[in-house]
Design a protein around this ligand. Structure first.
Ligand SMILES: O=C(O)C(=O)C[C@]1(C(=O)O)C=C[C@@H](O)C=C1
Length: 314
């Protein structure tokens, strides 16, 4: 049976482009979902074997719907990631000129990345957010569409037979979104030497320095953090948990020990996976572990302790 992949649809989303880049086989079945929550639900229920969702954007930051699903509900693991460049085009039905555009639809994250362009070129246009950029393009293509134009990926414009009214409407031409491949809990991908570990930490109590203690668990073991985001737990104002991405794989001593340190000081930890880093081959500066924090250093110290415990004190 081919692999069934759930993704934020419909056809033509940036998420679909991410899925095409991520999937290990060419034969999979694509299951377009109407929201990130539906992607998670499909993977959790087994309706899909895995799913793809956007996690963070280089301009607008974290994708709240994905982060909320990762924190809450039945746990899923991140098995892989990919960064996709996001370039936005303003699409309309044939014959519509820029001056005719009064109502623009797109995804909230896309809108946030095109605000400057819209303010300059369509200052009077009303904007509407829909479930995805491709959903906006599809809606514009329908007869009697409630919108004049959609901001979407080039493939979405082609898929729904729209005409490009303006290209490169994003405020940053170098914008990129990081997508994650979600699976039900199971064996972890093997370490590659350039991996990332994601988790959510729930503090035991609120006291001065609580966040510093948490960060210290990584710092003293020479583990580099690549993302730290606080999200409300939902248990009342001022109650937050912390979503972290760290360099390295949980199979590495340095990362494993940091996680054990967190386990000792936190109320709860949700492990979200260790998986190959998408930017591994673009890394310019090789990672140099701080003194005493290389995997070899950890291994040597562990052996030393084992000898002492075994009564083999030299
Ligand atoms: O609407 C889409 O095409 C998506 O894949 C979602 C999404 C997002 O959630 O940020 C992905 C990349 C772009 O930043 C805009 C929208």
């Amino acid at each position: 049976m081919p692999n069934r992949y759930a993704y934020l649809g419909p056809e033509g989303t940036f998420t679909e482009a991410a899925l095409r880049a991520l999937r290990p086989d060419e034969s999979g079945e694509f299951i377009p979902c109407s929201g990130v929550d539906a992607v998670f639900a499909a993977v959790r229920s087994g309706a899909a074997d895995s799913g793809v969702a956007p996690l963070e954007n280089s301009v607008e930051g974290g994708v709240t719907a994905t982060i909320a699903e990762l924190i809450n509900g039945a746990p899923l693991l991140i098995a892989a990631e990919v960064a996709v460049p996001v370039e936005f085009t303003l699409f309309a039905r044939e014959g519509v000129r820029l001056a005719d555009v009064k109502r623009v639809a797109t995804h909230a994250h896309a809108l946030a990345q095109c605000r400057g362009w819209l303010a300059e070129h369509l200052p009077d246009a009303e904007t509407f957010t829909v479930s995805s950029t491709a959903a906006a393009a599809r809606a514009v293509a329908e007869p009697g569409a409630p919108y004049d134009a959609a901001i979407a990926a080039r493939v979405a414009g082609e898929r729904y037979h729209l005409t490009a009214v303006a290209e490169g409407v994003g405020d940053r031409s170098d914008a990129a979104t990081r997508f994650v491949h979600l699976v039900r809990p199971g064996p972890l991908p093997a370490p590659t030497g350039a991996d990332r570990t994601s988790l959510v930490a729930f503090l035991s109590d609120d006291h001065p320095g609580a966040l510093v203690e948490l960060l210290d668990q990584f710092a003293v073991r020479g583990v580099n953090l690549t993302r730290l985001e606080s999200r409300p737990t939902g248990d009342g104002l001022g109650r937050y948990c912390f979503c972290l991405d760290a360099d390295g794989h949980v199979a590495e001593a340095r990362v494993g020990e940091a996680l054990m340190g967190l386990r000792r000081i936190c109320k709860d930890i949700r492990f979200l996976g260790s998986y190959p880093r998408a930017d591994a081959d673009t890394e310019l500066t090789p990672f140099m572990p701080a003194r005493g924090t290389s995997n070899a250093d950890f291994h040597e110290a562990e052996q030393w302790l084992a000898h002492i415990r075994a009564g083999q004190v030299a």
